[in-house]
Write a protein that binds this ligand. Structure first.
Ligand code: IPM
Ligand code: MN
Length: 357
């Protein structure tokens, strides 16, 4: 098969982790006889520095003409600490999501036997947890207008907007995935307070009738935040709006043991994007210490979701699990007396070799 991908390393640790995911992707293509071609695009603070736009047209065209996008991370402290900056790296990520129509962000949460000890949660609670968060990605507070400041600067506002159509399409997608899994959908909202959440719940109550073979439950987001930690094994597919999904999935990474382990797939109308859920981790940039596994696992999702190549994805996952079993991991998930390996060692010398075997 011919795989034509766009590679957007972005900011901070982005280039390092993407470099490793790309090596693994190349090794997999070689092994399975696929023809890989890729092209780099700029995005985020890096793109602001180069061309003054965090998602330049050239990068968008590249994404549109590719079969999949492998994405690193976005964000730079020089903007985080400057709330009055006019152009921000995150705008590039949001523009990409909107322009590519990436309305669903799929974030699988599971455990790895060798990582159970890293979770601050009790092993018997997390061992075997396996669920999928489906986060709506192009609506809600992230995109609703108006958004801004009063003239005197002392009042600020964001607007949460959802349309029926936006809610319907993400729910249908959630049921589709639930049917491939354990057939349970948890709709997370704040319908006791928010009008948009009441629309979600009303639409969900209509749509659930079309999927009588799937169990549907409704949960308020504050309660969901508690239950994810208390009983992670009760969830199968959890679907929620943009900001709730952002928050709940960082929380859920605690179950896996590290934010550095969670991959994601953003799918929608045009080309799909595969990216780790952690950010640009600027403190670690350039030090060769960042955990590349979330990005490598995102490459596994790319094989599966964008190309329907399941054996390839499974081999990557197997290699990642094996590297952890062998203790070849970066400092964030190394055991107390274990060796802390570098970003490139973890993959370069281990995962790539494993894949080639
Ligand atoms: C994520 C990130 C982004 C988001 C930031 C970098 C804008 O936290 O992908 O979860 O909030 O969506
Ligand atoms: Mn986030």
């Amino acid at each position: 098969m011919k795989l034509n991908i766009a590679v957007l390393p972005g900011d901070g640790i982005g280039p390092e982790i993407i470099g490793q995911a790309l090596r693994v992707t190349e090794a997999i293509c070689e092994k399975f006889g696929h023809e890989l071609s890729y092209e780099y695009g700029v995005v985020g603070a890096t793109a602001i520095d180069q061309v003054g736009n965090p998602y330049p047209d050239g990068t968008h065209e590249l994404c549109m003409s590719s079969d999949a996008v492998l994405f690193g991370a976005i964000g730079d402290p020089k903007y985080d600490n400057n709330p009055s900056a006019k152009v921000r790296p995150e705008q590039g990520l949001l523009a990409m999501r909107k322009k590519l129509g990436l309305y669903a962000n799929i974030r699988p949460v599971s455990t790895f036997p060798s990582l159970i000890h890293k979770s601050p949660l009790r092993a018997d609670l997390v061992d075997g947890a396996d669920f999928m968060c489906i986060r709506e990605l192009t609506g809600g507070l992230y995109f609703g207008r108006p958004q801004g400041r009063s003239e005197d600067g002392d009042t600020a506002y964001d607007t949460c907007v959802y349309t029926r159509e936006e809610v319907e399409r993400i729910l249908h997608l959630s049921y589709k995935y639930a049917r491939m899994r354990r057939k349970k959908v948890t709709v997370v909202d704040k319908a006791n307070v928010l009008c948009t959440s009441r629309l979600w719940r009303q639409v969900a109550q209509e749509i659930e009738k079309q999927y009588p073979d799937v169990e549907t439950e409704y949960m308020f987001v504050d309660n969901a935040a508690m239950q994810i930690i208390q009983w992670p094994k009760r969830f199968d597919v959890l679907v929620t709006e943009n900001l709730f999904g952002d928050i709940l999935t960082d929380e859920a990474s605690v179950i896996t043991g590290s934010l550095g382990m969670l991959p994601s797939a953003s799918i929608g109308i045009h080309t799909s994007v595969f990216e780790p859920i952690h950010g640009s981790y600027p403190q670690a940039a350039g030090k060769n210490i960042a955990n590349p596994l979330a990005t490598i696992l995102s490459a596994a999702l790319m094989f599966e979701y964008a190309f329907d190549l399941h054996e390839e994805g499974a081999l990557i996952r197997q290699a990642v699990a094996a590297s952890m079993d062998a203790g070849v991991v970066t400092e964030d998930i190394a055991s107390k007396d274990g060796v802390k390996h570098s970003t490139s060692e973890v993959v370069g010398d281990w995962i790539v070799d494993y894949v080639k075997k």
